[in-house]
Design a protein around this ligand. Structure first.
Ligand code: ATP
Length: 365
């Protein structure tokens, strides 16, 4: 439905040229919600604006529903208003002097008769649960309602695709979480192909069919949320999506095939991990595992000489309600653990822990 190929884009900055996009390519399937995720400045908004036609890339090609809307090679550039796109920005950009219905009707200006426009506006307001608010002035709405008005306005002209740029970031934490589910179910019920931009990893994991992790103007890795979270192929992905332990280690032996286990020596003990690529014994590496995959063992646990077990002193406990963030120290190495609230170890106590080999991944040091 959307094909983005080899986009490059530079801006003139105060200290010379800024290369905002360095060859961005991805595809979004019909009805899919695809999220561009990454830290501030990595090029998410620029990519979205290129799809919308608000920026013109230097190179590459963009197709929407098999129609080229941009092609640097042959000079194709379809202006934004002819791309059949609905957009919602962080700021909503709702007109304060207009009612909800007038705001939603705005993109239909001059289209069909007044009666036809009214039918379209009524229909979309009903679908988004805004029917009762049609005559209310837009500023007299809650944050969540304003958000829905912006969405109704983006959808009223029945666009082929929807582009959303941090649409929830102006809402407070509780509403943001609620709106995530609402947005996802609306997107599914409309079946509209959507590109979503956010720097919030939780939002990306909760909403997306697939996530593309952007880093310094390029897409580093693309996958389903659970795949990227559990099996990241890059350290940057592992680090950006949730919390991570990275323990400096040395490869002892590498398995023969992908999927085999490999063995590492580290300051917290010997660890078997899933092998992704071939490693030379003696190579310096980083052992990665997530805090929720560390199990604190009752008593002293198995002998520390066994693989995938360690012991450490509890140096910090932060109670988070549904869990606790625990720091264990083994010599100079800290291990972060997500503990069950009913099983929080006391500060100062030495505890044994284990991490399953399947939860351990090895990255280059
Ligand atoms: P954020 O989450 O902060 O919006 P982003 O990932 O969306 O970040 P972009 O807004 O796409 O990042 O910006 C990518 C790079 O391009 C940044 O270094 C930014 O400063 C630069 N940039 C973007 N727009 C312009 C512009 N109009 N003029 C100059 N530089 C720009």
């Amino acid at each position: 439905m959307i094909r983005v190929k080899d986009l490059e884009k530079s801006f003139a900055g105060a200290r010379g040229e800024v290369r905002a996009l360095r060859g961005v390519s991805f595809e979004v399937g019909k009805g899919e919600l695809f999220t561009l995720l990454g830290p501030s400045g990595c090029g998410k908004t620029t990519t979205l604006r290129c799809i919308a036609g608000l920026e013109q890339p230097l190179t590459g090609e963009i197709l929407i529903n098999e129609r080229a809307v941009f092609n640097a090679a042959d000079g194709t550039f379809v202006p934004p208003e002819r791309r059949r796109i609905g957009m919602v920005f962080q700021s909503y950009a709702i007109w304060p002097h207009m009612t909800v219905a007038e705001n939603v009707e705005y993109p239909l200006a001059g289209e069909g008769s007044r009666k036809e426009r009214n039918i379209k506006v009524d229909e979309i307001l009903q679908r988004l649960g805004l029917g009762a608010l049609a005559d209310r002035l837009a500023p007299n709405l809650s944050g969540g309602q304003q958000q829905r008005v912006a969405l109704a306005r983006a959808l009223v002209a029945q666009p082929e695709i929807l582009l959303l740029d941090e649409p929830l970031s102006n809402l407070d934490a509780k509403l943001r979480e609620q709106m995530r589910f609402e947005l996802k179910s609306l997107q599914e019920s409309f079946g509209i192909t959507t590109v979503y931009v956010t720097h919030d990893q939780e939002e990306a994991l909760a909403l997306s069919d697939r996530v593309g992790l952007m880093h310094e103007g390029a897409l580093l890795e693309v996958g389903a949320p659970a795949d990227l979270y559990v099996h990241p192929a890059h350290k940057i992905t592992a680090d950006f999506l949730g919390t991570a332990n990275f323990i400096p280690a040395q490869v002892q032996c590498s398995g023969n095939r992908p999927g085999d286990e490999m063995l590492l020596e580290s300051p917290i003990g010997s660890f078997a991990a899933r092998r992704s690529v071939e490693w030379q014994p003696g190579t310096a590496a980083l052992l990665f595992f997530r805090p929720e995959n560390v199990e604190i063992l009752d008593g002293n646990g198995p002998a520390v000489s066994e693989t995938n077990h360690g012991a450490g002193v509890v140096t910090r406990v932060t109670f988070l309600g549904n869990s606790a963030d625990v720091i264990l120290r083994t010599g100079a190495t800290a291990v972060r653990v997500r503990a069950h609230p009913a099983r929080i170890p006391a500060v100062g106590k030495t505890v044994s822990f284990s991490v399953a080999p399947s939860a351990c991944i090895v990255f280059p040091a």
